[in-house]
Design a protein around this ligand. Structure first.
Ligand SMILES: Cc1ncc(COP(=O)(O)O)c(C=O)c1O
Length: 370
């Protein structure tokens, strides 16, 4: 196959890990739940289309995204699979959703009234109930009543009903239980308006790994489809064994020895204490490998090499434990020798969550799907 990129820094995404994670989830639920593969934000930075393809092959039956553009992009690649958009689209764009059979989320009767003016065609709608996330969703039963009645009086179909938990990944179960109870009560009171065909889905990864009794018909499987636990609390409280899919590599572009007192990179923030071997790696903040990662480590032949001096837009320097050859493989995330740098190690260093790491490695870094 012709080479499609020419740089020495790339992310490798293991599609068999995606399939493994879906299979593990299915085993855990005895195949009792439908799986919505959440592939928003370019498949959490893993590559939406290849991930979606692997997920569908492993049995996912719906693709879920945040934006209408993401949905349209997927529809060009998948002609028939159901696609759901979580976010609000402009009512004036609804004809496009009808033409491309993209299911939408609705939580405002005003939106519904406006959308009706732009099409006479059928569109599948999922009603979103806000039980405590306080992001989007219907908060009051009367509003739900109006929206459901509004759908009945439109060319659209009510095909889903859902909510989203704010704390399913946290150690404490209190807020989760309050949301769960609120949804149960809400659903109980509007159930007579909703046909049994309507799919009810409440669970993200954390809920699906940890609260398997509370899931209704389907799960919206995001971070853990990519092999990452939503939090330590979930990792501790589930028997599901996940396999991470994302790894990040580069090669040494330059190797040299500095003398004591010589400094490195912009601002000369790092100064060699003695003779030091320094390697240059072609990745930088222009790739999403941000400047705050100065001081973090990468691996060459399983040995840790600290990042020294400021990270530039396209390159950064590491202090080498030995004079490695130019072109030696560098592991930024993944296994090397007997060692591993996990997505979580990068996240901990940056004081953030694992979700953010593959997302922040931007499109300048090619994804290779294996
Ligand atoms: C509505 C909704 N459902 C499901 C998910 C998937 O969540 P997770 O990645 O924690 O599985 C998200 C992601 O943010 C979401 O916004």
């Amino acid at each position: 196959m012709a080479q499609t990129f020419f740089r020495d820094t790339w992310a490798e995404v293991d599609l068999s890990a995606i399939k493994h994670n879906i299979n593990e989830l299915n085993k855990f639920h005895h195949n009792s739940k439908k799986i919505y593969a959440v592939v928003k934000a370019n498949g959490y930075g893993h590559g939406d289309i290849p991930v979606a393809k692997a997920a569908v092959e492993a049995g996912a039956s719906v693709l879920a995204v945040a934006t209408f553009d993401e949905a349209l992009r997927l529809r060009r690649a998948f002609s028939t699979i159901p696609i759901l958009v979580f976010g609000r689209i402009r009512p004036s764009d609804i004809q496009l959703a009808a033409d491309h059979q993209i299911a939408l989320t609705v939580y405002q009767s005003e939106w519904l009234e406006q959308a009706k003016q732009y099409t006479n065609d059928s569109v599948d709608l999922h009603v979103k109930i806000d039980t405590g996330m306080n992001r989007v969703g219907i908060r009051l039963e009367e509003e739900a009543y109006d929206v459901i009645k509004g759908i009945e009086a439109s060319p659209f179909q009510l095909t889903g009903l859902y909510t989203h938990f704010a704390t399913a990944d946290e150690e404490s179960v209190e807020y989760f239980n309050a949301q769960k109870d609120r949804f149960e009560a809400f659903y109980h009171r509007i159930k007579h308006l909703v046909s049994s065909e309507v799919e009810v889905h409440v669970g993200n990864s954390a809920t699906s790994l940890r609260y398997k009794e509370d899931l209704y018909d389907a799960v919206r499987f995001g971070i853990s489809m990519y092999g990452l636990y939503p939090s330590e609390a979930v990792a501790k409280n589930t028997s599901v064994n996940l396999q991470p899919a994302f790894t990040l590599y580069s090669h040494l572009a330059h190797v040299k020895q500095l003398e004591a007192g010589e400094s490195i990179s912009y601002g000369a923030t790092y100064t060699a204490k003695g003779k030091e071997w320094i390697g240059t790696i072609p990745i930088g903040y222009g790739d999403g490998w941000i400047r705050k990662l100065e001081g973090f480590q990468v691996m060459i032949q399983g040995e840790l090499q600290p990042i020294v001096g400021r990270i530039c837009m396209d390159q950064m320097m590491v202090r080498l434990s030995q004079p490695f050859d130019v072109d030696s493989k560098v592991t930024l995330i993944g296994k090397s020798g007997g060692n591993v740098i996990q997505v979580e190690d990068v996240a901990d260093y940056l004081e953030t969550i694992n979700y953010e790491i593959p997302c922040m490695i931007n499109e300048r870094v090619p994804r290779i799907h294996t």
